[in-house]
Design a protein around this ligand. Structure first.
Ligand code: DC
Length: 226
């Protein structure tokens, strides 16, 4: 990684607000953005669309090794089925290894010559970019997250109930945080932000405060001493 690259690592569970915040941060600070969940969703989607089982380790590894973002052109990866398949393949170390290099090289050489990147996911601060300039862990109460996701899904499919979404999120939280390979957890040096009571503008102000402090610190550390 270039030493003056700015890397903002944003981790947290489903529907915590990390995606919206990350996109906004990338545009505010002029950085590239990678939604790493879309890689796991992409592998899950390719497998489902080919009639493969996401639990089949060999098929999952081969799909992840051959995966490119171009394969997702026009694909709907935001459905509950794809979310479940993503969570299953994300627990396989073979799949995680296959996707790690892509994420690290995105951070090391962001597209379009940008001076850094925002990556969001579950293990960015702990595994993918342990030397990130600043690490955030975005969380919210599970009921609040389920309500947000339910409202989102309801715009497309009114047959999904709040209770189903809540159960689904609880199951995915459990699978993502208890798996052995790179479980979802806050890095020791991450700033924890709970968005349960915050709207997006308030959450953005809170994370900017942490980021500006970290950027100032990293600029001071980079300055020659007298
Ligand atoms: O953030 P999301 O809901 O799009 O993520 C889809 C799945 O991928 C989720 O179950 C967790 C997993 N994931 C992961 O294990 N590591 C990441 N860096 C990003 C997502």
């Amino acid at each position: 990684m270039k030493s003056d690259n700015i890397i903002i690592a944003v981790d947290g569970p489903a529907a915590s607000g990390k995606g919206t915040l990350s996109r906004r941060l990338a545009s505010f600070y002029g950085l590239a953005y990678l939604d790493t969940g879309s890689l796991y969703r992409g592998v899950g989607w390719v497998m489902l669309s080919r009639g493969l089982s996401p639990r089949d380790v060999e098929d999952a590894e081969a799909t992840a090794k051959a995966f490119t973002l171009e394969q997702l052109d026009g694909a709907d990866i935001r459905t509950p089925d794809v979310g479940r398949a993503a969570s299953v393949v994300a627990a396989l170390p073979e799949v995680r290894d296959a996707l790690l290099e892509f994420q690290r090289s995105f951070a090391a050489s962001p597209p379009n010559g940008l001076k850094g990147a925002v990556l969001d996911g579950r293990d960015i601060g702990t595994v993918v970019c342990p030397d990130a300039t600043v690490k955030l862990f975005i969380d919210a109460a599970v009921e609040v997250r389920a309500e947000r996701r339910w409202k989102e899904l309801n715009e497309r499919d009114s047959s999904v109930s709040y209770e189903q979404v809540l159960e689904d999120i609880k199951r995915r939280d459990k699978r993502d945080s208890t798996r052995e390979a790179a479980p979802m957890k806050a890095a020791q040096d991450a700033h924890l932000i709970d968005t349960s009571m915050l709207d997006i503008d308030a959450a953005f102000t809170a994370v900017r405060r942490e980021i500006d402090k970290a950027l100032m610190k990293s600029a001071m550390e980079g300055q020659p001493t007298a």
